[in-house]
Design a protein around this ligand. Structure first.
Ligand code: ADP
Ligand code: MG
Length: 287
């Protein structure tokens, strides 16, 4: 039978906007010593603003149009911000052969022209030589029919409670915080340093995130538990691999919410330490 205090724990968490999918997760949560975060949508808002368009010969508006059209069926936050910056309705008949490559970007035909929109990894995969960009921000490189056309620089912002969330985790007994991201090193390092996260791994493919979490799991003591916090479709495998998977509920993808053990209804990272504190209190009552 399940001790009554577990119901109180789950109820208390739910009052805080934390959905705990089972009483067993309270016990695991109470033993959490390592918290691994995804960056985009988890520690940052996942709402990008187009902050610069740099191109070779083409007009800014035209480059943005190719990007927005090629990305028209992607649900990635990068795509959403490109659609917003473009701010025109999209005639989907102009776009065919859409292929989204996770951790890279998209390739699609726009008006019969093959458009590649994504990061350096995508350009390298396609054998397109690109001009690298040292600005701090997420870069969407564009190539038209295999020829480099320029890039769009976009930036995201850190969530209001993210820094406090890290501080509070330490108070809740968490001894290690780690950030994993598919984004560029300069963006990842800037966010991690702002938040006070010392261990950060960037430019990871979704499968690399799983490998990293497995490494972290192998290098800790059995009794200490590891939580992974994420939001995206690509995070589902890591969410299930961690001792405890925590998903962002509002902005997060259905796949991530499904794969998670705990869901933060309002996407607030500060709720993680609150949930750990509730779990600890409830475990103390039980034992
Ligand atoms: P994160 O770890 O930040 O959540 P993802 O695994 O979703 O990142 O993506 C990693 C990187 O792959 C992004 O930073 C971006 O450079 C590139 N990328 C992924 N999807 C897209 C897309 N639809 N358009 C452009 N770039 C993309
Ligand atoms: Mg993500």
């Amino acid at each position: 039978s399940i001790p009554l205090s577990f119901f109180a724990g789950i109820g208390g968490a739910s009052n805080q906007g934390v959905l705990v999918k089972g009483s067993n997760y309270l016990e695991t949560l109470s033993q959490t010593k390592c918290v691994v975060f995804d960056k985009t949508g988890t520690m940052t808002r996942g709402v990008f603003e187009v902050s610069g368009i740099h191109h070779n010969e083409m007009e800014d508006a035209k480059l943005l149009e190719y990007a927005a059209l090629a990305e028209c069926s992607s649900s990635h936050p990068i795509s959403k911000s490109l659609q917003k910056a473009y701010n025109k309705s999209i005639d989907r008949n102009r776009v065919t052969d859409i292929e989204e490559i996770s951790g890279h970007g998209v390739v699609a035909k726009v008006d019969g022209i093959t458009v590649a929109a994504g990061n350096e990894k995508l350009m390298e995969k396609l054998g397109i030589s690109y001009v690298s960009c040292s600005h701090v921000g997420t870069i969407v490189h564009l190539a038209l029919d295999g020829k480099y056309a320029g890039h769009i620089l976009i930036s995201d912002v850190i969530k209001p409670h993210a820094k406090e969330a890290i501080k509070e985790l330490k108070k809740a007994g968490v001894t290690k915080t780690v950030m994993l991201t598919g984004d560029r090193k300069n963006v990842a390092d800037a966010v991690a340093s702002e938040l006070g996260i010392k261990e950060v791994y960037s430019e990871l493919l979704p499968a690399d995130k799983v490998t990293k979490v497995e490494e972290l799991l192998a290098n800790k003591e059995e009794k200490d538990k590891l939580a992974f916090v994420g939001d995206g479709i690509n995070d589902a495998p890591v969410l299930s691999r961690a001792d405890i998977g925590i998903a962002m509920g509002a902005l997060g993808s259905d796949a991530a919410i499904e794969a998670a053990d705990i869901v933060l209804m309002d996407d607030d990272p500060l709720k993680i330490s609150k949930a750990i504190k509730i779990a600890k209190k409830c475990i103390r009552i039980v034992y």
